[in-house]
Design a protein around this ligand. Structure first.
Ligand SMILES: [Zn+2]
Length: 348
């Protein structure tokens, strides 16, 4: 094996370990930022038994594995969120090192690490509490400024590159802001959160406008896909809780229809029992009306419950996914796009 490869693997392991240590700090942020707790004060404790945790309970990733995902003291299950955030952060750092910094130690790594860690934190806080903390989008912007300064030091000042970032800051965030204002005026609801808009402004500076558009498209497509899946799962769950099986319902409706048809035929063909059937149908109609009343009642209940059960789907996680996607692959995809598609069209 050549020396360079060994060096790369060695550095990757070190960076992964550094990533999971930062990842365990991110877990503290995810827990404390949305509820306004100071993340600098106080030692870690088990939320179930309040037992203070020792350093050997807090070794990132490894403690979870050795303790079998349970608290050492009360055997309560530890949320898989902790190891997932730690591992994800470690993997992101290694990917940034290998693919964005070409496997070399570069000052740009600080910018990439900061942005990626913030994306992880805000994904969780937005998912759990519908909050994107201001400190998170500010740190994404800071990461973007670090990347920009590194580029200027390395390659010199380029007005075009600066404009690319400044347009990035205003473009998608501006569109979201206008859409949000229109929605608010028309429907009277805040359809687009202020956190989403600020996040896209910060990401716009970090990525440049082209990659930010890509991030928004990818994030929106993923978001819509997840929303459809999420709502259909929720709907099925609701039906199940109410004891309504959709298949059974459809079967019942079909049977009722067939029965009605039969009766109509007999009503038309047999004049002798026509009166009797007519009376019966009238009675059924009254019953049906009662059924409809019940349906309306249920419908109203559902609408009232919507806000309480938090059916609103947070969009921050999907935007964060789009931003991470564009950060890792955006330049390559844009390069390919302009080489293959635009150049070919121009030649033709
Ligand atoms: Zn415990």
């Amino acid at each position: 094996m050549n020396l360079l490869l060994i060096q790369k693997i060695y550095l990757s392991v070190i960076i992964f370990l550094f990533g999971i240590v930062i990842g365990s700090f991110l877990n503290v942020l995810i827990y404390r930022l949305p509820i306004g707790l100071d993340f600098k004060k106080g030692s870690s404790f088990c939320p179930k038994c309040n037992h203070n945790l020792k350093w050997y309970d807090l070794v990132p990733l490894f403690s979870f594995i050795f303790l079998g995902g349970k608290c050492r003291y009360c055997k309560a299950k530890i949320s898989p969120q902790y190891p997932i955030v730690e591992a994800l952060n470690g993997i992101f750092y290694v990917l940034a090192f290998l693919f964005l910094c070409d496997g070399k130690l570069m000052p740009e790594m600080a910018g990439y690490f900061l942005i990626l860690s913030c994306l992880i934190v805000l994904t969780w806080t937005d998912f759990q509490h519908n909050i994107i903390p201001d400190s998170m989008w500010i740190c994404v912007l800071l990461g973007g400024i670090i990347l920009y300064v590194c580029d200027v030091v390395r390659n010199g000042f380029d007005l075009e590159k600066l404009l690319e970032r400044i347009i990035g800051f205003f473009l998608v965030s501006g569109i979201l802001l206008i859409l949000g204002l229109i929605f608010t005026k028309l429907k009277g609801v805040d359809a687009i959160g202020g956190g989403d808009i600020k996040l896209m402004a910060a990401a716009g500076f970090a990525l440049g406008w082209k990659c930010t558009v890509l991030a928004t498209v990818v994030g929106t497509v993923i978001g819509l896909l997840f929303t459809v899946i999420y709502l259909s799962i929720l709907y099925k769950k609701e039906q199940k809780e109410k004891g309504i099986d959709p298949k059974e319902e459809r079967k019942k409706a079909k049977e009722a229809k067939a029965k009605a048809k039969k009766e109509t035929v007999s009503y038309e063909t047999n004049s002798k029992i026509a009166k009797k059937v007519k009376a019966q149908r009238a009675l059924e109609e009254v019953n049906e009306d009662e059924d409809i009343d019940e349906d309306i009642d249920l419908g109203l209940d559902e609408e009232e419950n919507e806000e309480d059960t938090g059916r609103e789907v947070p969009f921050g996680p999907h935007l964060a996914f789009g931003i991470a996607f564009a950060l890792f692959l955006g330049q390559r995809i844009l390069q390919w796009y302009f080489d293959m598609v635009v150049d070919k069209l121009l030649v033709q």
